[in-house]
Design a protein around this ligand. Structure first.
Ligand SMILES: [Zn+2]
Length: 150
């Protein structure tokens, strides 16, 4: 797989020493690009193909991948921490309802406005946005307000 090679050479260029477990982890995220994957599934999957690898090593590799922008961590209500492949992907922000757990991807317009605000307010540019907004969707907000008024 071409992409796999590219990613491995990218990681090497960042000074990462490639090991079989890191190779497998890269491959796993590539195959599951569209998904939000819980840590347990990642660990189970890796351990099933590499019985010698331990959970701590996997977790440490995940942390490294996050710091290099390969994957991102999302903390989802009711689901807990999940991981998603984000390398090469432009828009990486979500808004998540704390009540019903509904998650939506922010669109390009929002991305542009945030970028502009970052530049205007903080004189900061070319941010690789990876942002999560936690709040309430319109449906849950109404329920919440009605309950508060009782
Ligand atoms: Zn909601």
């Amino acid at each position: 797989m071409k992409k796999h090679k590219e990613l491995v050479s990218f990681l090497k260029s960042k000074g990462l020493r490639m090991t079989p477990s890191k190779e497998k982890l890269v491959q796993f995220f590539l195959y599951n690009q569209a998904r939000h994957i819980p840590i347990k599934e990642i660990q189970d999957q890796l351990i099933s193909t590499l019985p010698d690898v331990d959970r701590t090593t996997i977790y440490r590799n995940i942390e490294k991948f996050i710091s290099l922008g390969l994957i991102q961590e999302l903390d989802l209500p009711k689901k807990g921490k999940v991981y998603q492949f984000v390398f090469d992907k432009k828009v990486q922000h979500y808004y998540i309802c704390k009540s019903c757990g509904k998650m939506n991807k922010g669109n390009e317009d929002l991305f542009k406005k945030i970028e502009k605000a970052l530049k205007d307010i903080h004189d900061f540019s070319k941010a690789n946005l990876s942002v999560l907004f936690y709040g309430f969707c319109s449906k849950c907000e109404n329920t919440f307000e009605n309950e508060a008024n009782l």
